[in-house]
Design a protein around this ligand. Structure first.
Ligand code: TYM
Length: 331
């Protein structure tokens, strides 16, 4: 059975972009594949972060994943820092990753502008991601569009390691991305990708009132200045969100009423708010229940980490041997 690995940062709330672009797909894939999902807290400290809330946010991200339907009976779910092998493999892979490749990563170029003095961890972020994936020798990685460049680099690193240490074998598989048609959900500002760091999100666990308050000012077709102006649904982000949350009949009505200027944008948003609230309500309910049982969540994460440590240990034993280290490292 092919193996799947994917991760999510606990650097902010789990939002509908994460859910539509990746997490929903994880839930489907766990039925058919050997799946490993990780809350990547070591990645989350590569930028400025709040020390006091990191642990809480890490657990809450796991809660969001469980509430979305990740089933610990089918998939391994754990926290990255609970498996030290990620850091060890990252160090080893650092030794064969060209700095030039890291400097040309789009996310690095964007994020490094926010720093006066750029931390090395930000540059090496994609190497840790490669280590996450290769540590479990995963074949497939379900992600959104913004991670495909990092995956390309992961394949390059795997190829280089295989050439140097694989003994003629492709010992590390070259992992392929799995994208959905929601691979790049736009933010409510209609200008950039929905992103935790841009504040243009709707949280997966937001309540009805929060959802409505966030949707109300969301950007729509700029050509619709008054409600009498006919619109073009295809250029409107709110219409695109309808396609993911509303039934096809409603999507058709929305398009028709927008083109014919029969609805104002606020009418259209009200309908979207209702379908979104109804879709997300069961997830929110499960999350609220899990939040009141943190020990249950920690138990799931503890079991997941134990399995992940075992799998990581198998890979690292072989990697150390193939790279020529003196035996004796801890299992
Ligand atoms: P992160 O935490 O930013 O996002 C988690 C997942 O959500 C996807 N995503 C989106 N998809 C569609 N539209 C959007 N607006 C949107 N925003 C986010 C992301 O593509 C991602 O799949 N570096 C990764 C985490 C990571 C990882 C890994 C992923 C660390 N190690 C190994 C895969 C394999 C990240 O920052 O994702």
């Amino acid at each position: 059975m092919s193996r799947i690995f994917s991760g999510i940062q606990p650097s902010g709330e789990l939002h509908i972009g994460n859910w539509l672009g990746a997490v929903q797909n994880w839930v489907t894939l766990q039925q058919r594949y050997d799946c490993i999902f990780c809350v990547v807290d070591l990645h989350a400290v590569t930028g400025k972060y709040e020390r006091d809330t990191l642990a809480l946010r890490t657990r809450d991200m796991a809660i969001g994943l469980l509430a979305s339907g990740i089933d610990p009976g089918r998939a391994v779910l754990f926290v990255q820092s609970h498996v030290p092998g990620h850091s060890e493999l990252q160090w080893l892979l650092n030794t064969l990753t060209p700095i030039g490749e890291l400097e040309r990563m789009t996310q690095f170029k964007d994020k490094s502008q926010r720093f006066e003095s750029v931390p090395a961890g930000l540059l090496n972020y994609p190497v840790l991601m490669a280590a996450d994936i290769l540590l479990y020798r995963a074949d497939l990685v379900p992600v959104g569009d913004d991670q495909t460049q990092h995956l390309e680099l992961t394949r390059e690193i795997a190829r280089k390691w295989n050439a140097d240490f694989g003994g003629g074998e492709a010992w590390f598989p070259e992992p392929q991305p799995l994208l959905t048609d929601a691979k790049r959900i736009m933010g409510l500002d209609g200008e950039a990708k929905m992103s935790k760091s841009l504040g243009n999100t709707i949280g997966l666990l937001d309540g009805p009132e929060e959802i409505w308050q966030k949707l109300r000012p969301a950007k729509t077709d700029p050509a619709r200045v008054t409600r009498k102006d006919p619109g073009t649904p295809e250029v409107c982000n709110v219409y695109h969100l309808h396609r993911y949350f509303s039934p096809p009949e409603t999507v058709a009505v929305v398009a028709e009423n927008c083109r014919g200027a029969k609805w104002g944008c606020l009418d259209c948003k009200r309908v979207l708010a209702d379908t979104m609230i109804a879709t997300l309500a069961p997830i929110r309910e499960r999350a609220l229940d899990l939040r009141s049982h943190p020990a249950r969540v920690d138990q799931i994460l503890g079991d997941g980490a134990a399995t992940a440590r075992r799998l990581a240990g198998e890979t690292l034993r072989e990697v150390r041997a193939r790279m020529g280290f003196l035996p004796g490292a801890p299992a």
